[in-house]
Design a protein around this ligand. Structure first.
Ligand code: GTP
Length: 195
């Protein structure tokens, strides 16, 4: 079994107001947290998937950069583009750069689940929230994803509905899975209102 880590970092950040993947928490940029969580976790190689405008601003020796041929088509397109580009891996561990504080232990535990899995997708549930952008996707998802994209269906949801999905419950620090969409979300973490 071989696995690639895929950091999704090519969104518009329209709610945040500036490219949020480059924001810092405790002196580390969001996308670097995602890379660090994947590093030494069982994932063999790490990729940042982004667009041509943002690409020059990523600086990290641990990850390679994949530049989408078309920008802003959303996470399903980004994942399928990564799967088309990286052809020698069975599994793709997706981490959204705007959920930066996930731990290596979480990634390791998910990787262990993939070893014996006959599923197409493994999705964690944290609290009562499904986390499709912190999930494992088998290469078998690619034809389904391409079919959906050809129908202009760009959300992850129809892929999840069509694929064979395993859900796994995680109880963890709320902060680990905090999704940063607005500047106030970051302020909340910094002010330790979320513990
Ligand atoms: N590579 C890539 N990543 C994306 C794309 N769209 C969203 N993402 C990433 O997916 C994660 C979730 O994105 P969202 O917060 O839903 O969308 P966003 O465009 O970043 O932000 P909003 O404009 O505020 O909705 C973030 O880490 C984004 O960087 C895309 O088209 N390509």
């Amino acid at each position: 079994m071989s696995m690639a880590g895929v950091v999704l970092a090519g969104g518009k950040s329209s709610r945040f107001g500036r490219p949020k993947m480059f924001e810092e928490y405790k002196g580390v940029r969001f996308y670097e947290y995602s890379i660090n969580a994947l590093f030494n976790s069982g994932v063999e190689s790490i990729y940042i998937v982004t667009n041509d405008q943002l690409a020059p601003s990523f600086k990290n020796m641990k990850a390679k950069i994949i530049i989408e041929d078309e920008s802003h088509h959303g996470p399903l397109y980004a994942l399928s583009y990564a799967m088309r580009t990286i052809q020698d891996k069975d599994w793709f561990f997706v981490l959204a750069a705007d959920i930066p504080l996930v731990s290596t232990d979480f990634v390791r535990e998910m990787c262990t689940l993939a070893e014996q899995s006959i599923n197409d997708i493994i999705i964690p549930i944290t609290g009562d929230k499904e986390q499709p952008l912190l999930a494992l996707y088998h290469h078998s998802c690619l034809p389904i994803a391409l079919e959906l994209l050809a129908e202009n269906r760009k959300s992850m949801r129809p892929l999840i509905e069509k694929a064979n999905v395993k859900y796994v419950h995680f109880s963890s620090d709320q902060k680990d899975f905090m999704n940063i969409n607005h500047q106030e979300d970051l302020t909340q973490i910094i002010n330790k209102e979320i513990t």
